[in-house]
Ligand binder design. Structure first.
Ligand SMILES: [Zn+2]
Length: 70
């Protein structure tokens, strides 16, 4: 089963959730902290084709956050 990172939009809690399918709607994911089901799945891919948000490259962050050399 795939595991996804979710961020709760209610309490900003970030957690990992094993889902049985990649098509599980976000509404099925319950925040373990506050119990709300208003979580957003975080995409690991750094290239997200959303043109609305300007992509600013940050040295830290992402799923495989390699703490910056130099
Ligand atoms: Zn929450």
């Amino acid at each position: 089963m795939p595991m996804y990172d979710y961020t709760c939009t209610t309490c900003n809690n970030t957690f990992e959730e094993l889902v049985y399918s990649s098509t599980v709607p976000d509404e099925d994911i319950t925040c373990p902290k506050c119990g709300e089901n208003k979580s957003k799945r975080q995409l690991c891919a750094p290239m997200i084709s959303t043109k609305s948000t300007s992509y600013s490259p940050t040295p830290s962050g992402g799923c495989n956050s390699s703490s910056g050399f130099s």
